[in-house]
Design a protein around this ligand. Structure first.
Ligand SMILES: CC(=O)SCCNC(=O)CCNC(=O)[C@H](O)C(C)(C)COP(=O)(O)OP(=O)(O)OC[C@H]1O[C@@H](n2cnc3c(N)ncnc32)[C@H](O)[C@@H]1OP(=O)(O)O
Ligand SMILES: CC(=O)C(=O)O
Length: 533
């Protein structure tokens, strides 16, 4: 059966630039365009030339890309001719081969926002599209507020769509600008529009204000549209746009879409989707959404013991698609919700083989649950879990004992009379019967303790030279009988680039930090294969 082609139009660099908190640099725009081109979208809307110097620079920058490059801007202003409208001149004189006009399609907006007549707006759409076609551009029209407009004045909304199409627009895009339309309405209204403009000339641009931009886009596809606009990770004005990282796998993998439609995204690009999504977050300098469908770190993460047990028998029991198809991975988490199956899976990932019937596994599970009840959270602390597991199932070499530590924080006047806060730590470590004492200052008590701990661990010192702490997180938990502190530390081995997380829990923040620091050093020595005393 032949499949209909669906065209993906990316507006990350235009509608995405309207996201609160997003501020692309020129370099960012170039990198994002490259990501999108590698992904295989059909159109990349680069921005709004003439709106700001950044977009002007991006449109002027040299480019080689497969996707059609599109410039966004409004139809001609009321009261001026196309040839006298500087906005149109800018839109038609840049390197983009396509132009996407935003046009009013709601009579109320024409009246209130444009303050012009319905006829002049239609004429503006017609003349603007004709000018783009005459300039050799692929023209399209984003019919702003189309669905609200259709509900208010169906004939006028349809006249806008019909005018754009008749003037030569390749795509007439129906926009749910305020994002309040629901999927059943979208499907019904698109079906109506398809009676005056063929579906293979229609597109959908959905906003996520009811959390249904993807559902609305799919509804529009069912009703006939063949172009979908969206953004990477769903960024965009207010609540965002239809999320392409959700739409793309849905179209590629789900029955009813995968068998009826094809897009420009091949299986290889699909398998790179998680990496694309993360790379985009990296450019935005923001943490990836762990719960994002398909590409989030939790999308294939299983915490519940009953789920884990079935997943180990056959992953299909709890996965709607394979994680590999979108470049994600399965995670079976260890926590107080776990059963022995979770432990077996996580231990296998850590390279530790253990039989589910091994009674030591019951002991390990009981320890995990008892410690989680006290505030530990092993799903976030892989290294501390590995140490606990190794200690329970076999053993961890005995390297050194910290026989005592002391941490002081003092606020005092320094030699030149400035008031300063000084942190100092003293640590005594016993190795092979020899006690070593180290003193260190730090920019805070935990930093001082860390410095002192790692200053002299005798014969193991060289083994930890490449160990650095890269993150430190504290959370105060209500332990029932009083507050307890949970500390999570992320460590990095600069030699291997390996990272790991360790955890400590105590009523005392310094003690919780101490536990996490000791686990980090011990883990590093275990991974080095260091022999114990
Ligand atoms: C639904 C969307 O997301 S559309 C995308 C919106 N994106 C942006 O607005 C980002 C970039 N915008 C800008 O930098 C500026 O708004 C500019 C450069 C485009 C225009 O700036 P200004 O000239 O100062 O106008 P301003 O933004 O205040 O108002 C927009 C004007 O365009 C008119 N206009 C709006 N849409 C249209 C349209 N489709 N066709 C014709 N005119 C339009 C408005 O009526 C208003 O006219 P007025 O100045 O006579 O009141
Ligand atoms: C064009 C556009 O971004 C909108 O109508 O939402």
């Amino acid at each position: 059966m032949t499949r209909d082609r669906l065209y993906l139009y990316d507006t990350t660099l235009r509608d995405g630039a309207q996201t609160r908190g997003v501020d692309f640099s020129l370099e960012d725009k170039i990198l994002v365009a490259r990501l999108l081109d590698d992904l295989g979208v059909d159109y990349i809307e680069g921005g709004y030339p003439g709106a700001n110097p950044m977009d002007d620079a991006f449109f002027a920058a040299p480019r080689t890309q497969r996707a059609t490059f599109s410039a966004f801007g409004m139809t001609k202003r009321a009261g001026v001719s196309v040839s006298n409208d500087p906005g149109i001149a800018t839109l038609l004189s840049n390197a983009a081969t396509a132009v996407c006009y935003v046009a009013k399609a709601w009579d109320y907006h024409v009246d209130v926002a444009l303050k012009t007549t319905l006829e002049e707006n239609l004429e503006g759409i017609r003349l603007s599209v004709e000018a783009a076609v005459a300039a050799g551009k692929e023209a399209m029209v984003d019919c702003e507020h189309f669905f609200d407009g259709w509900k208010a004045n169906r004939d006028y909304a349809l006249a806008c769509a019909r005018t754009a199409h008749a003037a030569g627009a390749r795509w007439v895009v129906l926009c749910d600008t305020n994002g309040g339309t629901l999927p059943d309405e979208i499907e019904r209204i698109v079906a109506d529009v398809a009676t005056v403009v063929p579906g293979d000339r229609l597109g959908i641009h959905a906003h996520d204000d009811t959390g249904q931009a993807v559902a609305n886009s799919l509804a529009a596809v069912r009703a006939g549209v063949r172009q979908i606009q969206g953004t990477l990770n769903g960024i965009g004005e207010r609540c965002g746009n239809a999320n392409l990282t959700t739409l793309i796998p849905t179209l590629a993998l789900k029955p009813g879409y995968a068998d009826r439609f094809e897009t420009g995204i091949d299986a290889v690009a699909l398998a790179g989707l998680t990496a694309t999504s993360r790379a985009f977050d990296e450019i935005l300098n923001r943490a990836p959404d762990a719960h994002a469908p398909y590409v989030g770190a939790s999308a294939f993460a299983t915490k519940a013991g009953i789920h884990a047990s079935a997943i180990l028998k056959d992953p299909k029991t709890y996965e709607h698609v394979t994680p590999e198809s979108v470049g994600n991975r399965r995670r079976v988490l260890v926590s107080d919700q776990a059963g022995k199956s979770n432990l077996v899976a996580e231990l296998a990932r850590l390279g530790i083989a253990v039989d589910k019937a091994d009674p030591k596994l019951d002991t390990l599970l009981a320890r995990v649950k008892e410690r989680e009840a006290r505030g530990f959270a092993y799903e976030a602390a892989d290294a501390s879990f590995e140490l606990l597991a190794r200690r329970t199932l076999s053993s961890v070499p005995d390297y050194f004992d910290v026989t005592s530590y002391r941490v002081m924080v003092e606020r005092r006047f320094n030699a030149i009379g400035d008031l300063v806060t000084v942190s100092e730590a003293v640590v005594k470590v016993s190795i092979d019967g020899e006690v070593r004492m180290s003193v260190a200052e730090g920019n805070g008590p935990i930093n001082a303790l860390d410095q002192a701990l790692r200053k002299d661990i005798g014969k193991y010192q060289a083994e930890i030279e490449s160990l650095v702490l890269v993150d430190y997180k504290v959370r105060i938990l209500d332990g029932g009988t009083g507050a307890v502190t949970r500390v999570l530390i992320e460590s990095l081995d600069t030699r291997t680039n390996r990272r790991w997380m360790t955890i400590g829990v105590s009523e005392n923040i310094v003690d919780a930090s101490f536990q996490a620091l000791i686990d980090s050093i011990t883990y590093k020595l275990v991974k080095n294969g260091a022999a114990g005393r």
